[in-house]
Design a protein around this ligand. Structure first.
Ligand SMILES: NC(=O)c1ccc[n+]([C@@H]2O[C@H](COP(=O)([O-])OP(=O)(O)OC[C@H]3O[C@@H](n4cnc5c(N)ncnc54)[C@H](O)[C@@H]3O)[C@@H](O)[C@H]2O)c1
Ligand SMILES: [Zn+2]
Length: 251
């Protein structure tokens, strides 16, 4: 099986490859920026159900991921911006110098001049993280930076208000403002994140009250107080998980 396309094609094809005849080999040829830096690497393949995202799936590694960044010249701007949110995330959690390179990029053309190095760096970060924690019990959680609140925002707007990247951007800015205020993140980090997000045309906040947003991810009031790990930055390029509850997002 060869999947040629964005993350939807890669996830669907990968899932089919993992189950057809109890598994056939597959190769990913990702063509969107998000698929090249994120979904094609790591072996998570899944499809959505009406009840929720990624509910049917497997861990199934491709034999090869073949990336040609030239195909990105055709990618519509909104999908370019969406992929940028995940790239900025990699800089935030693991690679200060990637973050600084991104801060210096002034246009999509300038980004394309550096794209091979940037895509390689992102894949390499994800590869390293997944190699130590394929099944997502520890280190891999770091890849969820900005995603808990981001998912809640996506869900609050019924997956029609913001794209995934936009919601993650809001989530990264939101949680870093809280952790910085609580002294868990170096001063100035939230401002720096907000400014790079603006630079790439990504949102940094949403007017809806956090309480209402969080109620979107709660099927039931009893979930209040439920334990969860949030991903915080010590500073740009260094992240850690912090065990807390959903109330953290209301601080
Ligand atoms: N498996 C994982 O670890 C993982 C991680 C992140 C996201 N995902 C999944 O990935 C999906 C999102 O991926 P996506 O953003 O690539 O979405 P997508 O596959 O819908 O692609 C986005 C759009 O870009 C178009 N496109 C793709 N490549 C193009 C190109 N080179 N030129 C012009 N148009 C092109 C597609 O036709 C589509 O309209 C979601 O379903 C998400 O759940 C999976
Ligand atoms: Zn994501």
């Amino acid at each position: 099986m060869i999947t040629l396309g964005g993350g939807v094609i890669g996830d669907l094809g990968g899932f089919v490859a993992s189950t057809y005849l109890r598994g056939v080999d597959f190769v990913q040829v990702p063509t969107s920026l998000l698929a090249q830096v994120d979904s094609s690497v790591g072996g998570k393949v899944a499809v959505d159900l009406p009840e929720g995202k990624n509910l049917v799936g497997s861990f199934y590694q491709p034999k090869l991921v073949l990336i040609d960044t030239d195909v990105l010249y055709d990618l519509p701007d909104r999908f370019y911006v969406d992929g940028m949110a995940e790239i900025i995330k990699y800089g935030c959690i693991k690679d200060k110098s990637l973050f600084e390179v991104l801060e210096g990029v002034k246009s999509r053309q300038e980004f394309m001049d550096k794209v091979d190095d940037i895509v390689y760096t992102c894949c390499d970060i994800k590869r390293r993280v997944v190699e130590v924690d394929e099944k997502d019990n520890g280190e891999r959680m770091l890849l969820n930076f900005g995603h808990t609140y981001g998912h809640a925002i996506e869900k609050y707007y019924n997956f029609t208000g913001y794209s995934h990247g936009q919601a993650v951007a809001i989530g990264m800015a939101y949680i870093t403002r809280i952790s910085e205020r609580l002294g868990q993140t170096a001063n100035g980090t939230a401002d720096r994140i907000e400014s790079i997000l603006r630079q790439y045309g990504l949102p940094t906040s949403d007017p809806v009250n956090a309480k209402d947003v969080l109620s979107a991810i709660k099927s039931d009031k009893k979930n209040l107080g439920k334990k969860l790990n949030v991903v915080l930055l010590k500073e740009i390029g260094e992240s850690y998980t912090y065990p807390t509850t959903e109330e953290y997002f209301l601080k």
